[in-house]
Ligand binder design. Structure first.
Ligand code: NAD
Length: 290
């Protein structure tokens, strides 16, 4: 397939490289980053999109996605697929999809989980919103870049699934970290805490797969001095997107809001920037009640 790829940063570069390695003709564009091996370089976003059957975007936020959409939609051929894999707000995803559909394109929002490691290994999970025909056309590319693609319904639903999942993740990580810090103060050994909770009703992915306590449970960023992994500032981004969506949809999300406030303080005032999101545990360790 002829593929345009716009946004070749930490995630986009390995995703584009995997598509090229699988034999697709990939033309890339980024304002700053170089094209990875196998990907040929275009002069502009519009040039990368011209003549492509699928154009993939992997960009920082909704405003940039809207700007890039304005550049590439007029350059794309009718029937082509606009596949956005960035994590952006639901409103931007739906606005860009509408604009693409009005121009005779298929539009998919397909944010990912799995991080840079998943992008490199081709094991990402895609959460996809948009029309079924577009989803079927993109499926062979999801199979190369990822291990799983779930069609979540119409445009915007991929972003909705992503921010709801990550809202749960932020809340359960905070809960797991504050419980470990309480256990410390009560004299409960961390291994004993893990052994009980990992097989009891307090169990979650944050405990059993990504345990925030070093030396306990499977290997995780906690065992590597909280080097990300999934950086605290990316968790903050997703929690803010979920709060923006909740405000627009008039949904009551008190724990999601509190999680966003805690990660904002952690990232912006307490040295959490650049640390894994599970570094909430050393944050709680240092703190006192009140
Ligand atoms: P990044 O900052 O490394 O890459 C973004 C790239 O977009 C940069 O290279 C930048 O130069 C380029 N760019 C910005 N504006 C542009 C424009 N107008 N035209 C062309 N290129 C432009 O970010 P990333 O870590 O690759 O993340 C990309 C997206 O994936 C984000 O939405 C992020 O939330 C999401 N995401 C990231 C991770 C992760 O672990 N890094 C995990 C899941 C989802």
């Amino acid at each position: 397939m002829k593929i345009g790829f716009i946004g070749l940063g930490n995630m986009g570069a390995p995703m584009a490289a995997n598509l090229a390695r699988a034999g697709h003709e990939v033309v890339g564009f980024d304002l700053a980053a170089p094209c990875p091996a196998g990907v040929s370089s275009a002069e502009s976003a519009a040039a990368a999109a011209t003549g492509a059957e699928i154009v993939i975007t992997m960009l920082p936020n909704g405003q940039i996605l809207r700007d890039v959409a304005n550049q590439i939609i007029p350059a794309m051929s009718a029937g082509a697929v606009f596949l956005d894999c960035s994590t952006v707000d639901v409103d931007s995803a739906r606005a860009v999809a509408r604009q693409a559909q009005e121009a005779g394109l298929s539009a998919l929002d397909a944010p990912v989980s799995g991080g840079v490691g998943g992008a490199e290994a081709g094991t990402l999970t895609f959460m996809v919103g948009g029309d079924t025909a577009g989803f079927e056309k993109a499926r062979p590319l999801f199979d190369i870049m990822g291990a799983k693609a779930v069609h979540c319904g119409p445009s915007g639903n991929g972003q909705a699934a992503k921010i709801c999942n990550n809202m749960i993740l932020g809340i359960t990580m905070i809960g797991t970290c504050e419980a470990f810090a309480l256990a410390d103060k009560l004299g409960l050994d961390r291994q004993a805490m893990y052994d009980v909770v990992s097989t009891s009703s307090g169990q979650s992915w944050s405990m059993t797969t990504y345990c925030p306590a070093p030396g306990v449970g499977p290997k995780s960023p906690a065992d590597n001095d909280y080097t990300p992994g999934f950086a605290a500032e990316l968790m903050l981004k997703d929690l803010r997107l979920s709060q923006q969506a909740a405000a627009n949809a008039d949904a009551d999300t008190p724990l999601g809001r509190h999680a966003a406030d805690l990660y904002a303080a952690f990232v912006e005032q307490e040295g959490g920037k650049g640390k894994d999101f599970s570094a909430m545990l050393p944050r709680f360790e240092k703190r006192h009640r009140g």
